[in-house]
Design a binder for this molecule. Structure first.
Ligand SMILES: [Zn+2]
Length: 211
């Protein structure tokens, strides 16, 4: 499992933190480990910046937070260390920004090689967490490639977009769910399979080219 080197516990408690149960037992902020706090202390919570919605490749994309500071840390903890509590925080924020006319949640699947390497599929997990918050179904309507280059947080002007296949039909009014919006190429490719016009992500990175 990858180690998130930016987290203050990475040097002293890597295994305990990676296991995730540390935060169930200890009353500490999961971002800065400040003792005696809720799952996220007020200081770290204050560093979360709401992201504005935007059009990406003909799709309306809403993100809970900008991909920086504490929000970026939460994504990494969830995505690469499997810390469930970080995902729960992100999913709650995503639920609050979900389009009101949404009928179903369609996760953008992680490449198979990455799913095996990290043992998880963050968008699928976030979709289930958001679904439990808002009472909507999750429809796994997309099939992923074996592999494509990672790019979370990248500002590169161009990159190779992944190709998705259709796993099953999705209902009208479905919303794509993903962890990070970067250039929008992944969401555009995923949305094109079913003609989905809305997407919701946990964070939005710097975008210099709309897919
Ligand atoms: Zn904190």
């Amino acid at each position: 499992m990858a180690t998130f080197r930016g987290h203050p516990t990475a040097l002293v408690l890597p295994d305990l933190v990676a296991a995730g149960w540390y935060f169930d037992l200890m009353p500490a902020c999961i971002s800065c480990l400040d003792w005696g706090n809720d799952v996220l202390c007020s200081r770290c919570h204050g560093q979360l910046r709401p992201a504005v919605g935007m059009a990406v490749g003909g799709m309306c994309v809403v993100s809970a937070y900008t991909h920086e500071s504490v929000a970026r840390r939460l994504v990494h903890m969830f995505k690469y260390q499997g810390i469930r509590q970080a995902g729960v925080l992100l999913a709650k924020a995503m639920s609050a920004t979900l389009p009101t006319d949404c009928n179903a949640l369609v996760p953008v699947p992680r490449a198979l090689v990455r799913r095996i390497r990290y043992g998880s599929d963050p968008a699928a997990q976030l979709a289930r967490m958001v679904a439990s918050e808002v009472g909507l179904p999750v429809v796994n309507g997309l099939r992923a490639q074996l592999w494509w280059p990672a790019h979370a947080g990248s500002n590169r002007l161009s990159r190779k977009a992944p190709v998705f296949g259709m796993a099953k039909e999705v209902p009208a009014g479905s919303v794509l769910i993903d962890d990070v919006l970067t250039t929008g190429a992944t969401l555009a490719a995923a949305g094109a399979v079913h003609g989905i016009e809305s997407a919701l992500t946990a964070t939005r990175a710097g975008i210099d080219r709309y897919g």
